[in-house]
Design a protein around this ligand. Sequence first.
Ligand SMILES: CC(C)(COP(=O)(O)OP(=O)(O)OC[C@H]1O[C@@H](n2cnc3c(N)ncnc32)[C@H](O)[C@@H]1OP(=O)(O)O)[C@@H](O)C(=O)NCCC(=O)NCCS
Length: 200
Amino acid sequence: MIRVLTQADATWAAQQHAALMPNSVFAAFGVGFLRCFYRVFAQSKHAVAYVWEDASKPAAVITATSNRSAFLRGLILRHGPMLAAYAVLGLMHKPCRRLVAQLRHYPRHGGDTPIQAEMIFITVDPCCRGKKVAHRLIEAVLSDYAARRVDRVHVTIERANAGVRRILDGFGFKVVSSFLLADKQNDLLQLNMAERGTTP
Ligand SMILES: CC(C)(COP(=O)(O)OP(=O)(O)OC[C@H]1O[C@@H](n2cnc3c(N)ncnc32)[C@H](O)[C@@H]1OP(=O)(O)O)[C@@H](O)C(=O)NCCC(=O)NCCS
């Protein structure tokens, strides 16, 4: 069953993120930082976020923004001091410093337009993989985008993540640029909603 992400899910979502994507840039700042992020996804009117439940327990989550700059403004206004504290702690570690320095490469534009609607994180508990849960969560976000009249969607993925790439290809996403983040090659993918594929 798919439902909207709530603030009560934030701790679980952060722990699942840290466990399943330990090398992601945001995981480098710790579970507290991630919890704060997931809370804002649950609160913000500029976010779209869903949970998939297995036997009434959360097992998968997807987060996205419908207006990235408005979402980030809200994040900084509500949680700026706490995020800064995590950043200072993180910057004390050398590997973290390198990751933060590379964040400046994170794209602001997709092709020739500024990035606005962006899918950010998706994690599916290993117990529930291979059952099209990720497909359904992505479809739910794209339906929400369609209702909000979003016409272009972006997502950044590690080039080595063949699983998620295959899913996104099925929806019609195409690579528009590449960059280095967390010492790994990343691709920025774009979907024109008019060319959107249906759930396979
Ligand atoms: C990637 C992830 C979200 C997929 O979740 P899922 O619910 O198992 O995905 P689905 O069942 O909807 O689809 C799986 C598809 O990926 C394919 N796939 C999975 N792993 C793959 C791999 N290593 N190489 C190639 N294809 C792969 C499957 O064959 C299937 O394709 P098909 O629909 O054509 O048969 C899940 O594995 C996960 O949480 N990974 C860790 C977090 C992560 O990497 N998130 C993405 C970056 S934000």
